[in-house]
Design a protein. Structure first.
Ligand SMILES: CC(C)(COP(=O)(O)OP(=O)(O)OC[C@H]1O[C@@H](n2cnc3c(N)ncnc32)[C@H](O)[C@@H]1OP(=O)(O)O)[C@@H](O)C(=O)NCCC(=O)NCCS
Length: 162
């Protein structure tokens, strides 16, 4: 398994997996915006050019907000999700973020178990957060950040058109 930051040419595969996992997930246009706005970080796992999974988060000052983590159904329970969340925490630590937070469906025990295994704690609840079925979201936070990656390179500054 190889892991790296996503690039523009990964968008169709990312969007296909996002659609497969989240009916209301980001489409290609949204992913394209996220990849180029300098406020989002996209990590992916692949094998022989096939996308296994991805994780992305948004950062504002020293705060990180996880958007989604997804692993293709046929590649689950093989450590891909764990590797991606660990990468995301290391990436966030290298950017100097103080914590990562996320919302997860109350019924999504696999994801909660993954996040707990990587140091996230449930700290609150958003009532009826999900519009499709009125389900509550658990708010989870990890503020025990791993050490920064010594090989980390700052992302390129994005120059927005005036
Ligand atoms: C949640 C998800 C990303 C986990 O990815 P994964 O690659 O299967 O996870 P891993 O194999 O790395 O598992 C790591 C740990 O997570 C937990 N876990 C993962 N899947 C689980 C399951 N089905 N049931 C219980 N625990 C589970 C376990 O603690 C596991 O460690 P273990 O294998 O040593 O027991 C994957 O199930 C997925 O893509 N689900 C659909 C999308 C989704 O719900 N994303 C989260 C949105 S907030």
């Amino acid at each position: 398994m190889e892991r790296r930051l996503a690039r523009g040419e990964d968008i169709p595969a990312l969007a296909a997996l996002e659609r497969a996992c989240f009916p209301e997930g980001a489409d290609e246009a949204m992913l394209e915006r996220f990849l180029s706005d300098g406020r989002h970080r996209f990590l992916l796992a692949e094998e022989d050019g096939t996308l296994l999974g991805y994780a992305w988060y948004e950062f504002v000052l020293d705060e990180g907000y996880v958007g989604n983590v997804a692993v293709a159904a046929e590649h689950r329970r093989q450590g891909v999700g764990r590797a991606l969340v660990a990468d995301m925490l290391s990436d966030a630590a290298s950017l100097g973020l103080a914590f990562l937070t996320l919302e997860v469906r109350e019924s999504n025990l696999p994801a909660q178990s993954l996040y707990r295994a990587l140091g996230f704690l449930a700290v609150g609840r958003r009532k009826r957060y999900y519009e499709d079925n009125g389900e509550d979201a658990l708010i989870m936070v990890c503020d025990r950040m791993p050490p920064a990656d010594p090989d980390f390179e700052e992302p390129e500054t994005v120059h927005e058109e005036a």
